[in-house]
Design a protein around this ligand. Structure first.
Ligand code: NAI
Length: 218
């Protein structure tokens, strides 16, 4: 099966790739060399035909009677996700969330490299978080010119988000992982944003529980 051009892969397949990458990575760590679409489907609660359709986009890793070569498939999915790029990443806001993300996220595993953390509270400048010294925002310009980070993780209050995002774009940031609870507006076509609201996830649980209650009453 020929590999699809990157631009031909649909957005819905791309959105499933991190989950494939994670599951396949776990299997590789456990020493599994190959797997059939049926076995992978069972582990991921998908259908075998969905798996075959999705993974066919990446070329001939599935063979009749052999299954998928997991290491090769993982490498290929990693390439599409840009995992090998090591994009330089900075965190803005060294509060509770900024600390937690810096300390507990293994950025390298996801194709990124945490190179700086900034805060506008003078009391925080100089403190250490995950092997990095918190820098004052007054150093942001010179740092960005020197290091050219591409991704910013926004862990600041919503009131500061838009102004800071605009400044960071002018300093060459192309991607935002935005936790600020403010959906920043981007007018530059080359800039991408992932707005993260953990509350949205828990509301889905609340919705499911609420619906289960409703159906029990019927
Ligand atoms: P925090 O108050 O502990 O930390 C915020 C930090 O940002 C402080 O150190 C502050 O000095 C710094 N800061 C404020 N304005 C700044 C600016 N203009 N430039 C640089 N640094 C600045 O707050 P926490 O708990 O870490 O939360 C951070 C933000 O993330 C809040 O807006 C909170 O609502 C949000 N949040 C979002 C979640 C989500 O799922 N999206 C989950 C948890 C928190």
């Amino acid at each position: 099966m020929p590999k699809a051009k990157k631009s031909d892969i649909s957005v819905s397949v791309i959105k499933r790739l991190p989950r494939y990458y994670r599951f396949i990575g776990e299997l590789v760590k456990q020493g599994t060399v190959r797997i059939s679409s049926g076995e992978l489907a069972e582990k991921m609660s998908l259908t075998a035909s969905q798996i075959r359709q999705d993974l066919n986009c990446f070329g001939g890793f599935g063979q009749q009677g052999y299954g998928y070569n997991l290491a090769e498939l993982r490498t290929e999915i990693g390439k599409i996700l840009g995992i090998s790029q090591g994009y330089k990443t900075i965190i803005i806001g060294a509060g509770n969330l900024g600390h937690a993300i810096a300390a507990h996220m293994d950025f390298r595993e996801y194709g990124c490299r945490l190179v700086g953390i900034f805060d506008n509270d003078p009391k925080k400048a100089g403190s250490r978080v995950a092997d990095l010294e918190v820098m004052p925002v007054s150093e942001l310009d010179s740092f960005c010119i020197r290091e050219q980070p591409k991704i910013a993780v926004l862990c600041i209050p919503k009131t500061a988000a838009q102004e800071l995002a605009d400044k960071l774009i002018s300093l060459g940031i192309n991607a935002f992982w935005n936790f600020s609870h403010y959906d920043i507006k981007i007018t530059h076509k080359d800039v991408v944003v992932e707005n993260v609201h953990l509350g949205d996830s828990i509301m889905m649980l609340s919705y499911a529980l609420n619906n289960a209650d409703e159906s029990e009453k019927e």
